[in-house]
Write a protein that binds this ligand. Structure first.
Ligand SMILES: *[C@@H]1O[C@H](CO)[C@@H](O)[C@H](O)[C@H]1NC(C)=O
Ligand SMILES: *[C@@H]1O[C@H](CO)[C@@H](O)[C@H](O)[C@H]1NC(C)=O
Ligand SMILES: *[C@@H]1O[C@H](CO)[C@@H](O)[C@H](O)[C@H]1NC(C)=O
Ligand SMILES: *[C@@H]1O[C@H](CO)[C@@H](O)[C@H](O)[C@H]1NC(C)=O
Ligand SMILES: *[C@@H]1O[C@H](CO)[C@@H](O)[C@H](O)[C@H]1NC(C)=O
Ligand SMILES: *[C@@H]1O[C@H](CO)[C@@H](O)[C@H](O)[C@H]1NC(C)=O
Ligand SMILES: *[C@@H]1O[C@H](CO)[C@@H](O)[C@H](O)[C@H]1NC(C)=O
Length: 346
């Protein structure tokens, strides 16, 4: 009898101990930021009023590591990002080709996301950000108070090993990386680069960004200019790479110098797994399955865009800021109407 009581109390404590807040979230949901429609996509889909898109490789990058994805739209007020991020477990800022000066565009959305993600972390909930290529550039840009720090450079279709900086092995991003991943990254031409702007070590120091971001690797562009290729935030679980691990895994358009070797896939999957392992530390979730279902990327079907000439195999295309915002509010309006009708029945 006594031992049963002890057992039950022990079980209860095990389940309810404050220490169990570190339990892994095994259903992580990550936001992926959309961006302004590219001129290629708007020329190709002239009959549709698409205004934003997400290359499907970024969605697959998080899905392939065990997360579900939610599109995060541009051109929205801060309240939209605040509500959404408080239900998500992290956000990925993809690469692409948009200017930071377009009002209510990608960079404005990224500024909201950076501020809100910092606040969520300050408020005690673990909330990671991942930036790839333009996402790397925009994270530094918004943490530089929306001011420019980049220089022009030439790194298109460049496939490179990383040049790690001193102390990289103590970084959060690399300290638990398997030896074979580090060997591949150090020695093989595997990281695909497609960028016309670069962040430099001097640029970071001149803007003071070196106090909040740690440089983990550099590389050299086609002209020998040194640029930063991997960073992590000093205080927050924010990470960014100038190269494209998702292209090794999911982009197969030819003549782009993208390695699809087994080793390239191994290193790329390491980064996806790392980001999602960070998202598993977040305890955010949607209020219920209805809201969650309305937000998931499964509400959209990607187009097979590479056969139309795009360098992306597949893209998700969105009109009217993503219609599901309106689907949801339409549903809420319907619900409210039903309640009002019920209460006002004669
Ligand atoms: C935005 O920046 C680009 C590149 O610097 C420039 O060509 C363009 O004119 C700028 N647009 C606006 C609205 O300032
Ligand atoms: C952080 O917590 C403060 C105080 O509770 C709250 O006002 C604020 O909205 C929270 N921030 C976010 C982004 O949720
Ligand atoms: C950030 O930018 C705003 C607007 O340009 C400016 O008023 C403010 O002083 C800047 N803050 C810092 C810390 O540079
Ligand atoms: C791919 O990139 C590597 C490293 O920059 C370079 O040596 C090689 O020539 C490139 N290959 C092609 C086909 O562009
Ligand atoms: C950032 O760069 C400035 C200027 O070079 C330097 O004084 C400062 O010590 C650097 N901060 C860190 C954390 O390295
Ligand atoms: C789900 O949550 C939303 C927002 O909190 C609420 O409006 C809605 O009534 C809830 N739906 C269900 C089925 O509980
Ligand atoms: C997109 O959302 C913004 C902000 O809510 C709004 O001003 C704009 O009219 C919307 N655009 C479309 C095409 O619905």
């Amino acid at each position: 009898m006594n031992s049963l009581v002890v057992f039950v109390i022990t079980l209860w404590l095990t389940i309810h101990m404050p220490g169990s807040e570190g339990a892994e979230n095994d259903r992580p949901i990550v936001g992926v930021l959309a961006q302004e429609i590219s001129s290629f996509l708007s020329r190709t889909f002239t009959d549709k009023d698409y205004d934003s898109y997400i290359a499907a490789s970024y969605i697959k990058f998080v899905e392939g590591a065990g997360a579900r994805a939610v599109p995060v739209f541009i051109n929205q007020p801060r309240s939209y990002y605040e509500n959404l991020l408080n239900s998500l477990d992290g956000v990925l800022l993809p690469g692409g080709a948009t200017f930071f000066n377009q009002s209510n565009g990608y960079a404005d959305a990224a500024a909201h996301i950076y501020q809100i993600a910092s606040e969520i972390n300050d408020n005690g909930t673990y909330f990671p950000l991942w930036g790839t290529c333009l996402g790397f550039e925009v994270l530094l840009y918004v943490s530089n108070n929306n001011s420019e720090y980049r220089v022009d450079c030439a790194s298109s279709s460049q496939s490179l090993p990383l040049e790690f900086t001193a102390g990289y092995e103590t970084s959060r991003l690399f300290k638990n990386a398997p030896a074979n991943v580090i060997n591949i990254l150090k020695n093989e031409d595997v990281t695909p680069n497609f960028h016309m702007y670069c962040a430099t070590v001097d640029g970071l120091a001149n803007s003071g960004l070196n106090n909040s971001w740690k440089v983990l690797s550099v590389n050299h562009d086609w002209n020998g200019l040194e640029f930063i290729s991997t960073i992590e935030h000093v205080k927050y679980p924010f990470y960014a790479v100038q190269f494209h691990p998702e292209k090794n895994l999911y982009e197969f358009v030819k003549k782009k110098n993208i390695s699809h070797s087994a080793d390239a896939v191994t290193y790329a999957q390491y980064f996806a797994d790392f980001f999602i392992s960070e998202a598993r530390k977040s305890t955010n979730n949607f209020p219920n399955d209805t809201v969650e279902n309305d937000m998931l990327i499964y509400n959209y079907a990607p187009e097979f865009t590479s056969k139309l000439g795009s360098s992306f195999e597949q893209c998700y295309l969105f009109a009217n800021n993503g219609s599901q915002i309106f689907t949801l509010s339409a549903k809420l309006t319907l619900l409210l109407t039903c309640i009002l009708v019920l209460f006002h029945r004669p």
